[in-house]
Design a protein around this ligand. Structure first.
Ligand code: FES
Ligand SMILES: [Fe+2]
Length: 425
């Protein structure tokens, strides 16, 4: 990839083209649980290089505003959250969730400054997240239910981890089926199962094929692709198919297992940091929040600090255990996401894609780079951003995995896994 296109793909701050794309979509600011309590502690967040403060007021409404006070720039994250507003500690100015200035304690009652407003962003809550609109105030798009939370009662469990690198190389991990057969092979061992089968500690797989054949199809919302592997049972007549859906610009539906569906959102914090969200979801059952975080080795206080930064990280080599590797563990790194993070962060703050040697198993990566570099150029030309046409409802999209007859057309699979398809027949 040419360095200029890499810049277009990766950079999101200020007037960057990809930032313009992102600003035409609702963006996850934080999990609702982080601001659960009315009048609770305000939360700092950062999206596209913009520092934000998030708070839930006395009436339960969520506000997302610029973190710096419009008076002289002190952080509102230190503010008092009380009586339906957030009050800056420095001189006592107070703001409602919509940015209205309710009180200017340091100004006379007739001050002309009282018409001032603070920059606040439109907010939604859905699927366990607080979402904000950082784009033009007069161009707010209707909020659409996420593909992974089709109803308000969908059960979602969320893993959240800070990644100290650019969002695009993390997203490339989410659309890279081939790596799971190597990097995660200890956590995804081959077994005599009909499809991906979840236990408390692993996802069993019906295939030991490390070199999937990829087929990619571009769509209105992004693309989807199938990774086709040889199953251990009936390899002459059947194929193990895993399909992945990329919903531009930052959502990926990855193949489910027998107990829950899976999605990831790779949300840019700035050019060199992003937030990795991994959602396990199910219409009714699924996996509990605690069990999901335990499975991923992504528990605050155990694996992560209070800001979701990893305790196992580049500075301590992710506590890689060479003795465990000699004993058979493929990576010596604990947890599927930490294994990924070690790869992503080791590529540098912004991966240099000019020296890559892309092979046939990288077909989805190539599609992503081409499509999103083109989307960035389109945004610079003032065209509507990729993924905003609304032609396909996101809740109608689904990833798929299962062992199917070899001649099956994966493009037609709309059910969420093979066993569900069989049950429906
Ligand atoms: S800096 Fe916030 S009120 Fe003065
Ligand atoms: Fe991975």
């Amino acid at each position: 990839m040419r360095p200029a296109d890499n810049e277009l793909l990766c950079r999101v701050e200020g007037e960057a083209a990809m930032g313009r794309v992102m600003r035409q979509h609702w963006l996850p600011v934080c999990m609702s649980e982080e601001v659960a309590e009315p009048d609770g502690t305000p939360l700092r967040s950062r999206l596209l290089g913009v520092d934000l403060v998030v708070f839930r007021d006395t009436k339960g409404r969520v506000g997302v505003m610029d973190e710096r006070c419009p008076h002289r720039g002190a952080s509102l994250a230190f503010g008092r959250n009380e009586d339906c507003g957030l009050r800056c500690l420095y001189h006592g100015w107070k703001f409602g969730v919509d940015g209205e200035i309710q009180d200017m304690a340091s100004e006379p009652p007739d001050s002309r400054m009282k018409s001032l407003r603070h920059r606040a962003y439109p907010v939604q809550e859905a699927g366990g997240f607080v979402w904000a609109w950082l784009g033009e105030a007069d161009a707010v798009r209707p909020f659409e239910a996420p593909a992974w939370a089709p109803t308000s009662t969908t059960r979602t469990s969320i893993v959240k981890i800070h990644a100290a690198c650019n969002w695009a190389q993390v997203l490339e991990g989410a659309i890279d089926s081939a790596h799971s057969s190597s990097l995660h092979s200890t956590n995804m061992p081959t077994a005599q199962v009909e499809g991906s089968t979840a236990t408390d500690t692993a996802w069993l797989r019906p295939s030991d094929d490390k070199a999937p054949r990829l087929e990619v199809q571009a769509t209105d919302y992004g693309f989807h692709y199938a990774a086709v592997r040889r199953p251990i049972r009936d390899p002459e007549t059947h194929a193990y198919v895993r399909t992945t859906v990329f919903i531009a610009p930052f959502t990926v539906l990855i193949p489910p297992n027998d107990q829950y569906n899976l999605a990831q959102m790779l949300v840019p914090i700035d050019d060199v940091n992003c937030m990795f969200y991994w959602v396990a979801w199910h219409p009714t059952k699924g996996i509990s929040q605690d069990a999901w975080r335990r499975f991923c080795a992504a528990e605050v206080g155990v694996d992560l600090d209070a800001d979701y930064r990893k305790l196992r990280n580049l500075s301590n080599n992710f506590l890689q255990d060479r003795e465990k590797m000699k004993a058979g563990d493929f990576t010596g790194i604990v947890g599927i996401p930490a294994q990924d993070m070690a790869m992503w962060e080791s590529m540098g703050p912004i991966a240099d894609r000019s020296a890559d040697h892309l092979g046939s198993s990288d077909a989805a990566i190539i599609q992503f780079r081409r499509q999103m570099a083109a989307a960035a150029k389109a945004a610079l030309a003032g065209e509507p951003a990729i993924g905003t046409s609304g032609a396909v409802r996101h809740v109608d999209l689904a990833s798929f995995e299962g062992v199917v007859p070899r001649e099956s057309d994966w493009r037609a699979f709309t059910t969420r896994n093979a066993r569900a398809a069989e049950a429906a027949e």
